[in-house]
Design a protein around this ligand. Sequence first.
Ligand SMILES: [Zn+2]
Length: 376
Amino acid sequence: MTHPTIALAQALIARESVTPEDAGCQQMMQSHLSKAGFEHEILVFEDTTNMWSRRGDKSPVFCFAGHTDVVPAGDLSLWKTPPFEPVIKDGVLYGRGAADMKGSLAAMLVATERFVKDYPDHKGSIAYLITSDEEGPFINGTTRVIDTLEARNEKIDMCIVGEPSSSLQLADIVKNGRRGSISAKLTFHGKQGHVAYPDHVTNPIHLAMPVLAELSQIHWDNGNEYFPETSFQLTNIEGGTGALNVVPQTVTAWFNLRYSTELTDAIIVERVESILKQHGVKYDIEWTYNGKPFITEPGSLVNSVQKAIETVVGKEASLSTSGGTSDGRFIAPTGAQVIELGPVNKTIHQVNECVSCDDLITLTDIYYQSLVNALT
Ligand SMILES: [Zn+2]
C-alpha cells in the first residue's frame, strides 16, 4: 500500500498551483486537518489564498509553515514526465513541487494526524500557516497573515518552515536563520556632450568609478557564530549611448548586500550614502528592502528538532544560515523561534523536480518526533 505521505504528496502535485494559484491544495489540507480537530481561517488577499489553521487554544503554539504554490514548469519538452502528473520511478517521486514543497506539506499533515491520534491531550496548540504566494512577490502571503495574527496578539512560539533545507542527505542541514538582503539602484548624474570638448561635459562614468570601487572594497563585518561575513555585490552597470564620441548623461549601477545580524539595513544605507556625499557626486538612490536577517539560537525548538533527527536518522544535523530568503523572515520578527527543515534541495525549481519517497517517509517521522519532543 502507498504510504499516506506519498499518496498525499501525489494528490497535491496533481493540482496545477503555479504561483499565486492554490488550485484547491489548501482545501485538501483542511479536510485532513478538520478530522484532526483543527479550525480554519481562510485569508484571501488579492490574488493570494492563505490559511491559518489551529488545534487548541493554549501556548506554546507549534506552527508548521509553508506554501502550496510552485514555480512554473518551464520548458515542457525537457520534462521526462508531465510536471503535474506525479510519477514514481525507482523510489523517486517526480513532479513540480515534489521537493519545494508539496512533499513537506504531505509529511507535516501525516505527522500531525499521527501525533494527534497518539497524543490527543498534548500540550499547547498546533497551527498551520500556509500561503500560495511564496514563489511570487510575497506581498499578500505570510506577511499579511502575520499582520492579522499580530493585530489580535496571537503568537507563534515555535515554527518549522518546510522549505527544502537538506543539501546532500535528508536532514543533514537545518536552517536556523537567514541572512538579510537589501538592494539598491544608484544613478550618477553628469552632463552629456562630445568627447572632444571635455570642458563642456561632466562624465558620470568617471564620477561613478571611484565610488563603486570604494563601495566594493568595504569590509562590512566579520560575520559571527551563525553568519558568514556580509557581502556586497554589484550586479549591473548601465551607461553610455552606444556612440564612441559621446559622454553619457547618467550611469546606473545596481548592487545587493547579503548581510549578517551584525548589521542593520539602516547602518548599510547610512554608510553608503555618506560615501556618496563624501565624493560630492550628484546621484539618486532607490533602496529595496528584501528581508531582515534572523537567527533562532539553540532553544526549545532547535533542541526538539535536533533530538528528533537524532532519534529518527541517528545523525546530528548541522545548523546553517546559508541560501536565499524564505518566509521565515516574516515569522521570526514576531519573536517566534523559526527553523527550516525539509527535503534535499538539489532539483528545486528545475525541470524534472523530484524527491526520494523514502526521504518523505523519514521526514514524516522527524516532524512527528519533533511534535512529540516539543508538545508532550
Ligand atoms: Zn519553497
